[in-house]
Write a protein that binds this ligand. Structure first.
Ligand SMILES: [Zn+2]
Length: 163
């Protein structure tokens, strides 16, 4: 649970979930385009954690998080206005939809960071040890190694007894 909150905290700061130091995105001051704004860096330069595991990795889940959070915001604004000011439907729609669009733009980075953090929490992935080493079962190596060095050991003992 602590680990979970730590990952979430790092995500809200838009930092690498593994080391918590490097930012996931291009710094805001150096953002030149929408693409810079929405696209995370390839991976963490500090610990090597890959932010995007595969192409299309972010699509569904990120929009779910982003729209989910945006919808909750919209519902809250709607309820607050409906029960206090009672504005006409046109103003009500504008007052609800405008913040949602802005929120989705601003929250896009956080939803990606949250997704990376959640994904790392539920399904941590390490770098593969070798080219295909990750797919081989680990139990196969010990019997091969243990059979070899066992044989030459007895021979020095017998020589000592002979003396
Ligand atoms: Zn890192």
């Amino acid at each position: 649970m602590r680990k979970f909150l730590r990952y979430l905290g790092r995500a809200m700061l838009l930092r690498c979930p593994v080391c918590g130091k490097t930012p996931i995105f291009t710094p805001v001051a150096r953002t030149r385009s929408l693409r810079d704004w929405f696209t995370p860096l390839d991976g963490c330069p500090r610990c090597g954690y890959p932010y995007e595991r595969e192409p299309g990795y972010f699509l569904a889940s990120v929009w779910m998080i982003n729209y989910g959070a945006g919808s909750i915001l919209g519902i809250l604004i709607y309820l607050a206005l409906e029960f206090t000011l009672h504005p006409p439907i046109g103003i009500l729609l504008a007052a609800v939809l405008t913040p949602i669009v802005l929120f989705n733009l601003l929250f896009a980075r956080h939803s990606k960071a949250l997704f990376i953090a959640l994904d790392h929490f539920y399904d941590p992935h390490e770098k593969d040890p070798g080219d295909d080493g990750g797919n081989l079962p680990k139990a196969e190596t010990p019997p091969r190694g243990s059979g070899g060095p066992a044989k030459p050991l007895p021979s020095p003992k017998t020589e000592v007894v002979h003396h």
